[in-house]
Design a protein around this ligand. Sequence first.
Ligand code: HEM
Length: 399
Amino acid sequence: MSDTTTATPSTDADLFAPEVVADPFPTLTALREQAPAVYSTKYDFYVLTRYEDVRATAGDWESFTSSKGVGLTEQFNKQLVGSVLATDPPEHDALREVLSDKLAPRGLAQIRQQISEYANSLVAECVAKGTFDGVVDIARVFPINVVGDLVGLPMEGREKMHPGADATFSGFGPFVPYVMEHLPQLQDYQAWMGTMADRSKLTPGGWGEAIMDAVDDGRLTQLGAIRTVSAYLTAGMDTTVNAIAALMRLFADRPDVWNALKADPKLAAPIFEEILRLESPVVGFWRVATKDVEFGEVTVPEGSKVLLHWAAANRDPEKYPNPDTFDIGRNPLDHVAFGYGVHACAGQGLARMEAVTLLEAFAAQIDTIELAGEPVRGRNPIVRGYESVPLRVTPRRDA
Ligand code: HEM
C-alpha cells in the first residue's frame, strides 16, 4: 500500500472506498505511522493524521488557506465561494460575526429551557413506544427541529434538511458513487434553501431574520445570505445527527456508561466530548498550502491540497492513550472534532447544549436501554455515523 522509496511518502490506499469508510481506523493508523504527511496518489492531496500537525495546521490559516475551498474538487468548492467556511480573515470574521451573538453563551442561555423541554417531550414519546430507532426517531429529528426553529424556518420543507445536509457533506470529498447517488437530494435541498432567504417565510427574531438584517444594512449580499443560511443549516445538521446517533449506540453497547450517566447526569458533558473524540462525526476537511511547509522530513509544496483528518488526529495514541477505547474519565476538551483555529465550529456551544439536554432527558426518563436489532452504519464518506440504531428501553419507575 505505501511507497517509501521516494522522497515523498505516498499511498495508494483509497480513503473513500466503501470498506475504508466503514472502518477507516486501520488505514489511518498505517498512514500515521508511515509519515507526518502522506501523499495520496489516487486523489492528489496530502493527508495529515497526527494530532499536533492537524491542530497546528488548522490554527495556521495564513499558510493553509480555506479561501480556495475546504472540499476536494473544484466543482464543489465553487459552491462554497464567499461562505464562512471558505474565506480567510478578515472577510471570514465579518461573516461569522452575523450570528455570533446568538451562538455565544449568553445567546444560548436564553434558549436552553426551550431546547430542554423539547428534548424531554421527544424522549417521552420514544419511552412511551418502548422500542424505537435512535437515529430515525431521535438523532434525525431533534437537531433538525432545534436548528429549524432557531433559524425560523417553516415546518414545510424540513424533511429535506437531513437528506440535503447528508448529500452536501458527502460532496466535500471525491465524487464517489455515494455522492452521485445523492445528487437529487442535494439539488432539492439547494432549491428549497434558495427560497428561504425571504423575510416573509421566516419567523421573526430567528437567525434567518438576523441574516436578512445583515443584507439590509449592507454587511451581506443576497447570495451571501443564502450561503450563510446554507452554511449554518448544513453544518448544524448531520454533524449533530451523527454525534447523537453515536451516543445512542454507545449506551446500548456500554451499560457501564449508561448506568454512570443515570446515576450522575452531570456526566452528560464529558460523555459527549469523549464520543466526539472517538467517533469524529466530520472526518476531515481540506486546505490549500500557500507556501512550502515542512512536516518533519516531508515538504508539502505550495499549492497542495491538504486533508486535515480530524478523526485520525482524535485517535492519535501520542495524544490519547488507548485511543480506540471510550473512556468516561477522559473528558478530552482539546479534541479536534470541532476543528481548531479561526474556523473552529461556530455552533459547538449549541451542539453541546443539544447533546447535554438530550442526555439529561434520557437519564431522567429511562431505566434500561438495549439494542432491539442490528445497528446499521452510514456510508457517507465525510460524515461518520449511523443509518439505524434500533433500541428498546424501559421507563424509570421514579420518572
Ligand atoms: C457535533 C456537532 C458538530 C460537529 C462535529 C461540527 C464540526 C465542525 C468542524 C470540524 C468545523 C471546522 C471546519 C473547518 O475547519 O474547515 C465546523 C465548522 C462550523 N460549524 Fe460545526 N460542527 C457541529 C455542530 C454545528 C452546529 C450545531 C452548527 C450551527 C448550527 C455548526 C456550525 C458551524 C459553522 C457555521 C462552521 C464554520 C465556521 C467557520 O468557518 O468559521 N456546527 N464544525
